[in-house]
Design a binder for this molecule. Structure first.
Ligand SMILES: *Cc1c(COP(=O)(O)O)cnc(C)c1O
Length: 494
């Protein structure tokens, strides 16, 4: 029940029609259809109504409501998906789109998008071709696999492999590998969805080959190995190698005539081993195949540095079954992704070129000295645009991360520009850089300082933008204190 004061505030609110007649809104029909504007007006006024019922002590007037509504209508014309500058030091940042594409891949996407292509046309036979063919030969050449297929993403790849080869049967997996990858990808859930019966073996920290062996039944279709990706167990731990799983499967074939597949969900999918990984180097896809996997799946946009995709490699008769599964049609790649993936894979034909041209590899592999030089350049730009009276920018050593669930223990030596605040503070600056700029800048806060990690900033243009944004933040503090409008932002959300 609304109190008398609340009732009065509610009565003061404009009707939807009134808001629509306000000059700011009446002339907005040129930028959006009437139906959308009317719906926004109802939502905006409804929102204010709820705030009043939740205890707000004042209500915005018609002009304020119209201004908020107008801003929302105008925002329809601003892209929602837009570029950001990644100064977080996390290279494969899932929230920021994981991997930036190499120029070659971008160019291929533009061509595929802008015109017709040989997507499913084979010029040699002048007949129907396969969309799988474009990338398959490169994936095979780079991993040593007999055949390959790429689908929408690795989650889809895992789902498809389980559904094709283990639905209605049992798949054995270690309790130490029943992981959640993030974004609600959980191995047990995917297994349920694919209708494979999950047989857990071992304990959280230790699983032995004998655990797998004693879990095998008539109904076992698969030994599933999952890369633990974003977490590591240390100490008293043990897991079973692919080599041993291979030997177990071979033994079952020889002694019992059972066909059991060894499948690894490898997650990040490194095609080449980078020296920067040091002791944390993960097996490449080729290595896992050599160890004896029948099938391996991995992402296209993690350590590989390409577009979002899930790649499955293995023996031809297995991949052929996947290709003819209706899920392959439902989960297929579009032409732009195929173009980007093919161009990215082509760069791998020359390893050296791959780590120069593919941004993810370049950022992972950049020597610390080179990152330091970039950070020094950024520092000089920041010193130019930020008044000495407002902040003290310095250069500090930092630790960057591979991200994307890859190499979680691997500290990547990096350098950052660190801002010590004499005016304002790190929190409000971080918020300003994200919410007030056309190109948001994702920085990091450590203690009361703001850090811009140079390893993940892509170009000098981005550095200039970051420095300008910092300058604008401090300028906004000055104008806020001279206008006296500190914290009196309108409650009406735009
Ligand atoms: C990242 C990851 C996935 C999911 O891959 P997407 O390409 O994000 O769908 C699945 N399994 C593992 C082990 C991973 O690391």
């Amino acid at each position: 029940m609304a109190s008398p004061n609340q009732q009065e505030l509610l009565r003061s609110l404009p009707q939807v029609d009134e808001a629509l007649r306000h000059p700011l809104i009446a002339e907005a029909t040129a930028i959006a259809p009437h139906g959308i504007i009317a719906e926004y007006a109802r939502e905006t006024i409804g929102g204010v109504r709820r705030e009043i019922l939740d205890g707000a002590s004042s209500a915005p007037d018609l002009d304020a409501i119209a201004a908020a509504l107008r801003a929302r209508i105008e925002s329809l014309h601003k892209p929602s998906l837009r570029p950001v500058i990644n100064a977080s030091g996390v290279i494969v940042h899932t929230n920021l789109g994981r991997s930036a594409l190499a120029d070659e891949a971008v160019e291929a996407v533009v061509h595929a998008a802008a015109g017709y292509s040989t997507l499913e046309y084979d010029c040699a036979t002048m007949g129907r071709g396969s969309r799988h063919a474009h990338c398959e030969r490169f994936i095979c050449a780079l991993t040593g696999a007999e055949a390959a297929i790429a689908v929408n993403n690795n989650a889809a790849a895992v789902m498809m492999v389980l559904a094709e080869f283990a639905a209605g049967h049992e798949a054995i997996v270690s309790r130490g590998e029943l992981v959640e990858i993030g974004g609600s990808f959980r191995i047990p859930d995917i297994m349920k969805l694919s209708r494979a019966a999950m047989v857990e073996v071992g304990t959280t920290n230790k699983t032995h080959l004998s655990d797998y062996r004693s879990a095998i039944t008539e109904d076992t279709a698969m030994l599933l190995k999952v890369h633990p990706s974003n977490y590591r167990m240390v100490g008293f731990t043990e897991s079973v190698s692919i080599k041993d799983l291979r030997a177990l499967a071979d033994d079952q074939r020889a002694s019992e005539g059972r066909d059991i597949l060894v499948y690894e969900d490898q997650g990040s999918g490194a095609l080449i081993e980078l020296a920067c990984f040091g002791e944390y180097a993960e097996p490449t896809v080729a290595e896992s195949l050599r160890q004896g996997c029948d099938l391996i799946s991995f992402s296209g946009d993690k350590l590989l540095g390409g577009p979002q995709a899930g790649i499955i490699v293995g023996a031809k008769h297995l991949i052929d079954r996947l290709k003819s599964n209706p899920m392959a049609r439902a989960l297929r790649l579009d032409k732009m992704t195929i173009a980007a993936l093919e161009a990215t894979l082509r760069l791998y034909l020359d390893r050296e070129r791959a780590s120069e041209r593919i941004p993810t590899l370049r950022m992972l592999a950049a020597p610390a000295g080179q990152v330091k030089e970039a950070a020094e350049h950024l520092l000089a730009l920041v010193r130019e645009s930020v008044p000495e009276t407002h902040a003290v920018p310095t250069l500090i050593p930092e630790i960057a991360r591979a991200g994307g669930g890859a190499l979680p223990m691997c500290d990547i030596e990096s350098f950052a520009v660190c801002i010590d605040f004499l005016k304002g503070d790190a929190q409000s600056c971080e918020a300003y850089l994200i919410t007030k700029r056309a190109i948001p800048i994702i920085a990091r806060i450590k203690h009361d300082q703001l850090l811009l990690d140079a390893r993940t900033i892509l170009s000098k243009d981005e550095m200039e933008e970051a420095a300008a944004a910092l300058g604008a933040y401090f300028a906004s503090l000055d104008s806020a204190s001279s206008d006296g409008i500190d914290a009196t932002e309108s409650r009406v959300r735009a």
